[in-house]
Design a protein. Structure first.
Length: 128
């Protein structure tokens, strides 16, 4: 699995670290969204972003490989949900195209890393 930063466990996973960076970016972006979205799109985007690394961590803490794979798959779904919410916000004019592109690039990086983790977990489960 991917390790980085000298940390052990899930905090050492590059995908978890990049997902943490993504949460910070989402919080920064959503601060400028309209106040009336506080309980709507803003809340949903923040929850989806938080769900990504939370599910990686929870899956890592589970006893079995099957459970870990399931939680990483849920994180993958949350990432797709977040991307959709960012695209909705763009359509509603909540942030400029350049900011959308930057966020989508971050999302794409996390997606690539999550896909690698999922593939690695599935390979391990088939070889067990």
């Amino acid at each position: 699995m991917q390790q980085g930063g000298g940390s052990s466990g899930y905090q050492g996973l590059i995908v978890w670290q990049r997902a943490m960076d993504l949460v910070e970016a989402i919080y920064a972006t959503t601060r400028s969204w309209p106040r009336e979205e506080s309980y709507g799109l803003t809340s949903q985007a923040r929850r989806a972003a938080i769900s990504i690394q939370s599910n990686i961590a929870e899956g890592h803490g589970r006893a079995g490989l099957k459970e870990y794979t399931h939680h990483v798959s849920v994180a993958y779904g949350s990432l797709s949900e977040l991307e959709t919410q960012i695209l909705i916000a763009q359509r509603l004019g909540y942030h400029p195209d350049a900011e959308t592109r930057a966020l989508v690039l971050r999302i794409s990086e996390v997606r690539r890393l999550l896909r690698g983790l999922l593939d690695s977990l599935r390979d391990r489960s088939h070889s067990s």
